[in-house]
Each structure stands twice: as C-alpha cells, then as structure tokens.
Ligand binder design. Structure first.
Ligand SMILES: *Cc1c(COP(=O)(O)O)cnc(C)c1O
Length: 389
C-alpha cells in the first residue's frame, strides 16, 4: 500500500489549475470535430482508471515471466492470443506484444525480416505510410518503391518486373492492408502468386494492417491478409478502430521466426525480444478490456456500424454533388480537398488534391451531414465569387 499522506507539499496553483481546465475544455470541444483521422472516440475505460495508481511495467518478453512483479503480462498474452485467433495464426506458433502503435509494429516486422534475410530488399508501394521510410532508414535496409494504382493499391506488374530484376536478393514485401489515404488493400494472394511463379522460395511478407486489421476479421469474404494468407508478421494500431486514450497497438509474428533471431541476441545476455525496454502495463489492459467488453459480437456490430456510416457518407456526398468514393471494405471516404478552413475545423487529413473522412465509432449521421453542409456552402461561395468576377 502507498502511504496515505499526499506525495506533494501543496495543491496545484490556481494558474496551473486553470491551464489544466482550459486543456480539458479544448479537448472536449474538439471531439465531435475529429473526423479525418482514424481514432475512435467512443469508449469507456473508467473501470481501468484505478490502475493509474501503480508503477506497473511490462518490461521484456510478455511470454516469459518477469522479475518485475507489478505487471499485466497475463492480460497482454490474452490480447495477443485473441488477435492471433482472429488472424488465423498457426496453433503454437504465435508470438507478439502490445506496442506503442502501428509504427512500432511495422518496425518490429521489418527488423525480424532483416534478421531472417540479411541482404533482402524491402518492396513497398508509393501509398505506404510515411513512417516506413524512416523505419527502413533506421534499420539500414535496402528498399525499392513500387508504383501504385489509382485506387491506392500496389501495381503488381511493377512489383513483378522489379523483383525479377533483383531476384538474387530475398524480397521483403511490406503489404498495405489499408493505405493511410485511400485505405486500399494490397492483394496478398496475388503477391504470393507472383513470387511463386518466379520460383522464389526465400521471401518475407509483413502486413501493415494499422486500421483495417482490427475489423476485417469480422467481415464475411474479406480480403485475405493475415497469417492464413501467408503474412509472416502483422501490425495493428489499438487506438484507431478500437479506440484508446493513449496510443497503442499489437505486433504479431511467427514464434518460430522470433526464436531463430532470439538465439542471435541471446549472447548479449537477455531475451530482449521487444523493441522498447520498459513497456506500458496500461495499454495491454485497455485492449484486454475493449476486446472482452466487445467480444466478437460487439466487434461485428461496430464493424457494420462504421461500414454503413461510410456508405451513408458516400451516398449523401454524391447526392450533394461531391464526387466522394471509397474502396471496398473501407471506412475511409475520399473526396476533393476543401479549403484550409474546413480542413482545420474538421481535422481532415489532406494529401495533394484529396482529403478524407474516416467513419470511426464516434461519427454520427449528424456529423456527416454537418460536414456536407460546410462543403456545400464552400462550393457555393466559390461559384458566387466566380459569377461576380
Ligand atoms: C496509422 C498508420 C500507421 C501508423 O500507426 P501509428 O499507430 O500511428 O504508429 C501505419 N500504417 C498505416 C497504413 C496507418 O494508417
């Protein structure tokens, strides 16, 4: 037990208290306008709040027991096992841990690929998340960017031709399972077929499923992207579709591969298998809580709700004369880039001439209608100006 007296000599100063209150007010006001980034705001983790009272830490490999007794490793393993089942991980060959987000999971996947295939080349499409350039740079890997198709999916002819030119080096495919801007899904069966036709037997596939990986398992006949489809590692963000007050995610890989490189670092003196040292014991609890409260049933309901909202947004925008569209199975609605005022007001993530709305759990029809009203007013304003000049 902690001592009962306050650890601090006095209360927060009035000035500091005001600052804190102002931040709370600003964040509260911002929630309904958070529409362009894939961060679900609809959750209730109040049952977990008491755990902020412990210096808990999940340092080290979650599958080995730790000497640091204040941990939630058991809950972390449960989260990974649950995702493993949904993602068709082979029985007894699953390893993973709860990360600080999708980027860390991608770094873990590429790190593992590099250790298994030194000298391999990373292939990734133009539409890949901006963090991947940094990861490749940090890891010192060779890489080649592949062209994208108009919908954001990898151009498979370009992949085939490029791998053909470098067929003496093991390909490490960085597959987008939902690109950041258009949520396009690279076709894993097609990629595997390309590699097999070239008789390439040494290769690695990492699935970056930051947003889509948390809900594709709950759609009938969804595109194959998981361990069952041949991925060797998968990264998913926890704060995107599921929602979390602090960024988190899961990194998953085949245990047999992790053990092969585990030996390589054992001589440094530790089974230091995760990228960070100290790790949050709270984020595994958050994900555990969400997955247990939702269950498969809740995840299916949330998935359908978000997909229906995306379809509603496309239809309503088209009706209002806005040429919006979305990829199959996407909750990302792409439309022409509006002016900076609307981008700021609705936190719309712009890229060149497009912007997008992502229908996460907290987005209502009212929100969609309000955005459309703003977009329409902006278009009419422009027409007015054009007439007057
Ligand atoms: C968001 C995103 C990432 C990065 O995830 P973080 O959780 O923000 O680190 C990586 N890839 C894709 C496709 C993403 O959408």
């Amino acid at each position: 037990m902690t001592p009962s007296h306050s650890p601090y000599p006095g209360p927060l100063s009035a000035e500091d208290k005001n600052k804190l209150d102002a931040l709370y007010a600003r964040l509260s006001k911002g929630v309904p306008y958070l529409t362009g980034y894939p961060c679900n705001q609809h959750y209730d983790y109040s049952e977990i709040a008491p755990f902020l009272g412990f210096s808990a830490n999940n340092i080290g490999d979650p599958w080995l027991n730790s000497n640091y007794a204040l941990n939630s490793l058991e809950f972390e393993r449960d989260v990974i096992n649950r995702f493993g089942q949904w993602l068709h991980a082979p029985a007894d060959d699953l390893w993973g841990y709860v990360t600080n987000g999708g980027t860390e999971g991608n770094m873990y996947g590429l790190y593992l690929a590099r250790e298994l295939h030194p000298g391999g080349i990373v292939y990734y499409s133009e539409d890949t998340h901006y963090s991947v350039n940094k990861i490749i740079h940090v890891l010192g890997m060779r890489s080649i960017m592949i062209r994208s198709q108009e919908n954001g999916e990898m151009d498979y002819d370009d992949l085939r031709a490029t791998v053909q030119l470098n067929r003496d080096k093991p390909p490490i495919i960085f597959a987008n399972i939902g690109t950041t801007m258009k949520q396009a899904i690279d076709n894993l069966p097609k990629i595997k077929e390309i590699l097999q036709k070239m008789a390439i037997s040494r290769y690695y596939i990492h699935s970056d499923a930051a947003l889509s990986g948390a809900y594709l398992p709950f759609i009938e006949n969804a595109p194959a992207f998981d361990f069952g489809a041949g991925a060797h590692s998968i990264s998913i963000s926890g704060h995107k579709f599921i929602g979390s007050p602090t960024p988190c995610g899961v990194a998953m890989a085949l245990k047999s591969n992790v053990q092969r490189i585990g030996r390589a670092i054992e001589y440094v003196g530790a089974m230091d298998t995760t990228i960070p040292g100290s790790r949050s014991a709270i984020t595994p609890l958050i994900l555990w809580y969400a997955l247990h409260r939702q269950g498969e049933k809740g995840m299916r309901i949330l998935t359908n709700q978000c997909l229906e909202m995306a379809e509603y947004a496309v239809q309503a925008m088209n009706k209002a004369g806005i040429p919006a569209w979305r990829n199959a199975h996407a909750v990302t609605v792409v439309f022409p880039r509006p002016g900076d005022n609307l981008i700021r007001k609705w936190s719309l993530a712009p890229y060149r001439d497009i912007a997008h709305l992502i229908t996460m759990g907290h987005i209502t029809r009212q929100t969609v209608d309000n955005i459309i009203a703003d977009l329409t007013a902006e278009m009419q304003g422009k027409e007015q100006k054009a007439c007057n000049s």
